[in-house]
Design a binder for this molecule. Structure first.
Ligand SMILES: Cc1cc2nc3c(=O)[nH]c(=O)nc-3n(C[C@H](O)[C@H](O)[C@H](O)COP(=O)(O)O)c2cc1C
Length: 171
């Protein structure tokens, strides 16, 4: 499968089978995140894997959606603002960018394994910090539910046309 086929195959999966994810598959996904590039190679991330009922029950409180409860595993991706690179010219913190790259590596690896996931950012981050007793410098940025997809087909991609977003040489 070439990269564009994988990108076509990936979509936000919000229904999962009642079936656990094998640990080696979770490790494959996490390894894809570990290999992601980051600014100055600072790797300002922590991946917290949630599979036990008591951990999942806590994360469900931060994003109380019925579909989210179906996922047998959730990766809580945290950004470490003490480790993120700050651009000297304007002090811009690049942690969010680094996290997005690592998350997308994991999303694509999940797709390659024929598993499903969905980026989740619309969760209660302050409650998450509290429930998981995260230190001040660690920000919970993305939740990645992982599960065996329970879907019949890949939905049509709704995207802007290339000619509307690409500009050659000038805007
Ligand atoms: C940064 C980001 C945050 C997102 N947050 C959520 C979310 O909180 N809940 C949700 O159901 N989907 C979330 N999504 C999924 C998007 O809605 C979805 O990717 C988009 O509609 C395109 O659909 P597709 O992923 O099926 O191609 C998020 C996606 C991204 C990239």
């Amino acid at each position: 499968m070439d990269f564009l086929e994988l990108a076509q195959k990936r979509f936000s999966v919000r229904t999962y089978e009642d079936r656990k994810i094998e640990k080696e598959k979770l490790l494959y996904i996490l390894e894809a995140g570990r290999l992601a590039p980051s600014a100055v190679n600072y790797q300002p991330w922590e991946f917290i894997v949630l599979t036990k009922p008591e951990s999942l029950e806590k994360i469900h409180q931060t994003y109380p959606r019925e579909w989210f409860k179906l996922a047998p595993a959730v990766i809580l991706v945290c950004g470490d603002h003490n480790q993120g690179w700050r651009r000297p010219s304007d002090n811009k913190d690049h942690t969010d960018i680094d996290i997005a790259i690592a998350v997308d590596h994991m999303v694509m690896a999940t797709t390659e394994l024929e598993l499903g996931t969905c980026w989740v950012c619309n969760f209660n981050a302050s409650l998450c910090k509290e429930l998981f007793e995260l230190p001040h410098h660690l920000e919970p940025i993305v939740l990645l539910p992982i599960g065996y997809p329970k879907v019949a087909s890949i939905p049509e991609k709704k995207r802007k046309h290339l000619q509307d977003i690409v500009h050659w040489e000038k805007l």
